[in-house]
Write a protein that binds this ligand. Structure first.
Ligand code: ADP
Ligand code: MG
Length: 676
């Protein structure tokens, strides 16, 4: 039961099943003096009138507790049967629980209840453990946990709990021992103890994760890679004669970083972060030219067909005058054309290929892949990225590009093993996007506004939430929205295209292309278009039911406009029922276009759990630590891990053996490191 419900099957698991708060059970209140505003009370008295009421699912158990000052009802809605058997009338009990006020009368439902006799004492501070309804029904209550854990601590001593933090680290960072920390975490006598214990265990959690990252990084830095010795005619020629604009300083800096990395003889693993529209594509392209200059092939991989096509078109256009052939390989490329591409990749005559996951298929063999660029990486599964690894005798250099700005604290935890480059500057001449918040009631005005923009020759997006493609409601509101848009925009004058996840890929593709080519004025879409699409002529982004979107998602959507010289607009259209939190999100959107600020706010509001598709990664799951609130500890542990690994890279010193053992025991979470 404990195992299936909470994953507890050993004593060690029990030790690490931490209380999430403590109750103060040092005071006993007399029943007549209960303050109805108090949240929890502890009472001592005699139990009488134990009766069952109701039938079937409505069955409940009621009992009365009295002392010399008054009486109060205790209630059980679940496990009534079991409770009835275990309680005895006219015995004295000590009772602790949360007060309910019902019609001006107080009662306690599901209290903790214990016989009170000569041997029992008033408990004091008590741990409160996470538990489940199922366990409660079986009578495994919070007290059961406390008793089990207390009994366990009576049997063990310092020697039974292996200390994993080396002593010098404990001294330097003033951390208490592991046994003590665990005991105080469960049974702190004072708040101070609790604080000391919690701090130590959080520290350990973050330190262990930083050690894992640090060890991955060590592995990478010894990983040999292709040596790009020179900057040659492709790179220089493009830079001198074919670059359509002046590079921003940020773009130049990142290119320098990439040149340095690839010139060391070690494999590059670099994450390129740049807000939407910051100009990552050109950096990718020039890095690929660098690979060509050194006799290698290069590829760029995008998460969707549409994105791959866009890269393909823009890269072919840029390289056309130089006569460097580029080909597109996606799932839709079949038959003879495909065969030819595969042949050319294998014999090395095709040097630049743009594609989707199709590039990862086993029959795609490169002659000498020197660089793989991965765009919008958070859409790629970890395993898929890892497969690029096996394409060569030596791994290609890897450049991962993402438009999702990642707060520093999170980047440290997620990508600590990658080097990070940031494009923190937008190309000049961009007009900041105006963001407008509107209520559903103002729809007519909003539509009017959009029509005027379209009449000026621009295009507009209308995006509906579709969190889960299977959600029927969302789908219906999308369809209804589409019909409505067709009413607002006269069909004889305006052309409306629609894309969503339920369309067959080919159809979605065609509709999208109509918008990309400017044949459709308005694109009605779900978040399918969130990532990467580049239509510079689009100047309005209308987000429907904006209250349902997360901050980062809205920011990504907004980044679809403002790519041309025209003033662009993002309109957040919200329903009448918006929670405070969603209102706050929309206000943040209105107040800033800074992707990093938005990411920080998002992290603060949502916590890291479900951001960036990292939910399953395991790397962000800590029992106690919170990378936002504990960023100070995170920084300490990062430094400590670096210092330790500098001193003892292989963890061979006797002092470090327990830590090494623990790291080897804790499964291999190196998934993220396998990006390369
Ligand atoms: P993202 O980083 O979102 O992938 P893109 O690479 O698609 O951004 O670039 C967005 C737009 O900005 C493109 O139209 C591109 O041609 C243009 N661009 C990129 N760099 C510069 C620059 N240095 N100066 C002017 N325009 C640029
Ligand atoms: Mg892009």
């Amino acid at each position: 039961m404990l195992r299936t419900e909470l994953g507890i099957s050993t004593f060690d698991d029990l030790l690490h099943h931490y209380p999430y708060r403590y109750s103060d059970r040092s005071q006993v209140t007399r029943i007549g003096f209960i303050d109805p505003r108090a949240e929890y009370v502890q009472l001592a008295g005699t139990l009488i009138n134990i009766i069952e009421e109701g039938d079937g699912r409505k069955k409940r158990l009621i009992a009365t507790l009295y002392d010399e000052t008054g009486r109060i009802e205790l209630l059980w809605f679940q496990g009534a049967q079991w409770m009835k058997k275990s309680l005895r009338e006219n015995e004295r009990y000590i009772v602790y629980g949360k007060l309910n006020v019902f019609n001006g009368v107080v009662n306690i439902a599901h209290p903790e209840i214990d016989l009170l006799n000569a041997e029992t004492s008033i408990p004091g501070r008590q741990p409160v453990y996470p538990t489940t309804e199922k366990l409660k029904i079986k009578g495994i209550t919070n007290q059961s946990f406390a008793k089990l854990t207390r009994a366990l601590f009576e049997k063990i001593s310092t020697g039974d709990v292996t200390e994993v933090l080396p002593v010098d680290i404990r001294e330097q960072y003033r951390l208490c021992g592991r046994f003590q920390a665990l005991r105080w975490l469960h049974f702190p006598d004072t708040e101070d103890h609790e604080h000391v214990a919690r701090h130590r265990m959080k520290w350990e959690e973050l330190f262990v994760s930083q050690m894992k990252i640090g060890r991955l990084r060590l592995k990478h830095t010894v990983q040999r890679g292709w040596h790009f010795e020179k900057v040659g005619d492709n790179f220089n020629g493009f830079f001198k004669d074919h670059l359509p604009f002046e590079l921003t300083n940020a773009q130049k800096r990142v290119l320098r970083e990439i040149r340095q990395d690839t010139g060391t003889g070690k494999q590059m693993n670099r994450l390129l972060q740049g807000d939407v529209g910051s100009g990552k594509t050109i950096v990718a392209l020039m890095s690929m030219l660098l690979a060509l200059d050194n006799g290698f092939q290069a590829c760029i991989m995008a998460p969707t067909e549409i994105l791959a096509q866009q890269h393909f078109f823009s890269i072919s256009a840029l390289l056309q005058e130089m006569g460097i052939p580029v080909k597109l390989l996606t799932g839709n490329v079949k038959g003879k054309v495909r065969k030819e591409i595969l042949q050319e990749l294998a014999d090395g005559s095709l040097r630049i290929v743009v594609g989707t996951h199709a590039l990862l298929e086993d029959n795609v063999q490169f002659k000498n892949l020197g660089l793989a660029v991965i765009d919008e990486q958070h859409r790629f599964g970890v395993g898929q990225r890892a497969r690029l690894w096996s394409k060569n005798e030596m791994p290609p250099h890897i450049l991962v590009m993402t438009a999702t700005p990642i707060p520093r604290t999170l980047a440290m935890t997620l990508y600590g093993d990658l080097d990070v480059s940031v494009i923190d500057e937008l190309p000049p001449g961009r007009q900041p996007i105006k963001t407008i918040f509107a209520r559903d009631g103002q729809r007519a005005k909003v539509m009017e506004f959009m029509r005027k923009e379209v009449d000026k020759g621009r295009q507009a997006y209308i995006v509906y939430p579709l969190i889960d493609e299977s959600e029927k409601m969302d789908y219906e509101s999308l369809m209804a929205g589409y019909e409505q848009v067709k009413m607002w925009f006269n069909e004889n004058t305006y052309r409306i295209a629609m894309v969503h996840g339920k369309q067959e890929a080919g159809e979605r593709e065609r509709n999208m292309q109509r918008f990309v080519k400017g044949e459709a004025h308005v694109l009605v879409a779900t978040t399918v278009i969130e990532v990467g699409v580049n239509v510079p002529n689009a100047s309005v982004m209308l987000i429907e039911s904006a209250e349902r979107f997360g901050l980062s998602q809205m920011h990504q959507l907004r980044g679809r406009v403002g790519r041309g010289a025209e003033q662009s607009y993002c309109i957040l259209l919200a329903g009448s029922k918006t929670s405070d939190e969603s209102y706050k999100r929309m206000q943040i959107m209105v107040s800033t276009t800074d992707g990093f600020r938005i990411a920080e706010e998002d992290l603060a509001m949502r916590g890291p759990g479900d951001m960036y598709g990292t939910k399953q990664s395991g790397l962000l799951k800590f029992k106690l630590a919170d990378i936002v609130q504990d960023s100070g500890i995170l920084e300490e542990t990062r430094l400590a891990a670096i210092a330790l690994l500098t001193n003892d890279p292989g963890l061979t010193m006797p002092n470090n053996q327990p830590l090494r053992y623990m790291l080897s025991q804790q499964g291999n979470q190196s998934q993220w490191g396998k990006i390369s």
